[in-house]
Design a protein around this ligand. Structure first.
Ligand SMILES: Cc1ncc(COP(=O)(O)O)c(C=O)c1O
Length: 391
């Protein structure tokens, strides 16, 4: 087979990105203004939330969200171990402490059963960060009414959704971003739509929206755009809190607006990749494919993570090296947080408490996935993987 070069992720700038950026540059107003506002409006329309707040990263959105939920020093917050550190570090920003939960093998999601067990063991925890891992929505709601939202409500637990991977993503006909009090999205360069760096917080609560808007920009009671467009003198503003500097510049929002117009196309293209992998790899006894609880068309397919199981003749690291030699980019999502020095030492975490994350971590690797991957590229990835695994 002829060697190919296949990156792990690829960005596509195919729509109105240049046009909208030019409009921003020519307007002379590069920071947060009309384009950010339009991006927020179009995004909230897309997910069906009442409000959306554009910020300069998903981490910023998570920080603003947990602050607006009122999590404070000494509080405890559930978070999965199998996630990126941003999901947990923002708990520490507030002086609160993470309580790590294991996740389901194969989907890497917190399930209602795992949450109930966590509540039983830690009845003092009052908040939860749920991660829609890889682009698949966790079971927030269910036809039987035993979803995560219902459990949280009956136990007085506040919930924030980390949807860094999950745009556009759906559950039971409803878009992620419209369920809970706070949902946070990422537009980092390798995400399903990008603004280079950026994030969005959606909410249906006017109170949370108002708090987030003020804290997003220094705790000032008027945003800069408002100061320069309203009748009041532009110099006049009050500081009502010690806020942050998390606003999204219009140059980034311009890219986001154009990417949003292509989001559904990008998603369905990613789905084709997932289907190809599924059809070509499902018979291999040495790898476990992602467990999918939602129909393929409801999944954002940010990631395609596979797990080399006990039947694999080689280790995950060796497999990644061999794939890399063959020109194929991969990644690992994730080394679980209970294994990371800071969390492990601070909270004296032991591997025994996270059996599924441990089993996953021994063999997990994420295969290349991006829109418009050709059958030739996909075939090359599958055949190379089979050759390496001796299948
Ligand atoms: C699950 C998860 N949450 C949060 C983030 C943080 O996103 P950002 O880089 O936009 O701050 C990431 C980034 O990859 C992520 O994977």
């Amino acid at each position: 087979m002829k060697k190919m070069n296949i990156p792990f992720a690829k960005v596509f700038i195919l729509g109105n990105e240049y046009k909208y950026i030019k409009e921003v540059l020519e307007s002379g107003w590069l920071t947060t203004a009309g384009k950010a506002l339009s991006f927020e409006q179009n995004f909230s329309n897309h997910v069906g939330s009442r409000f959306a707040c554009a910020v300069n990263s998903c981490t910023a959105a998570l920080h603003l969200g947990i602050e607006a939920l009122g999590v404070k020093e000494g509080d405890k917050v559930f978070v999965p171990s199998m996630t990126f550190t941003a999901s947990a570090e923002i708990i520490r920003y507030m002086g609160a402490d993470p309580v790590f939960l294991d996740t389901e093998y194969g989907s890497n999601l917190i399930t209602p059963e795992i949450l109930l067990k966590g509540i039983e063991e830690h009845p003092d925890v009052r908040s939860l960060i749920i991660v829609h891992y890889g682009g698949q929505a966790a079971k927030m709601i269910s036809a039987k009414g035993d979803g995560i939202l219902g459990i949280c409500k009956s136990h007085g637990i506040k919930i924030m959704e980390d949807a860094a991977h999950a745009f556009p993503s759906r559950l039971e006909g409803q878009m992620v971003g419209s369920f809970g009090d706070v949902t946070c999205f990422s537009f980092y360069a390798n995400k399903t739509i990008t603004t280079a760096e950026g994030g969005m917080l959606t909410t249906n609560s006017e109170e949370i929206y108002r708090r987030v808007k003020i804290m997003r920009l220094h705790g000032i009671d008027r945003d800069v755009w408002d100061r320069f467009t309203s009748d009041k003198p532009s110099w006049e503003y009050d500081v009502v809190e010690a806020g942050y500097k998390y606003n999204m510049p219009d140059v980034n929002a311009a890219i986001g607006l154009a990417q949003l117009e292509q989001a559904d196309k990008f998603r369905s293209e990613r789905q084709k990749v997932a289907e190809f992998y599924y059809n070509n790899l499902k018979e291999l006894e040495m790898i476990d494919l992602p467990v999918c609880h939602v129909p393929f068309e409801d999944h954002a397919w940010h990631l395609y993570p596979v797990i080399l199981n006990g039947n694999s003749p080689i280790s995950r690291n060796h497999c990644i090296e061999k794939l890399s030699e063959a020109g194929i980019g991969t990644s690992v999502h994730y080394k679980p947080l209970h294994q990371m020095t800071y969390y492990k030492n601070k909270y004296r975490l032991t591997e025994r408490d996270y059996p599924n994350a441990e089993k996953t971590w021994k063999g997990n690797l994420s295969l290349p996935i991006y829109p418009f991957m050709s059958d030739e590229e996909l075939n090359y990835v599958c055949e190379t993987l089979k050759r390496i695994l001796g299948a």
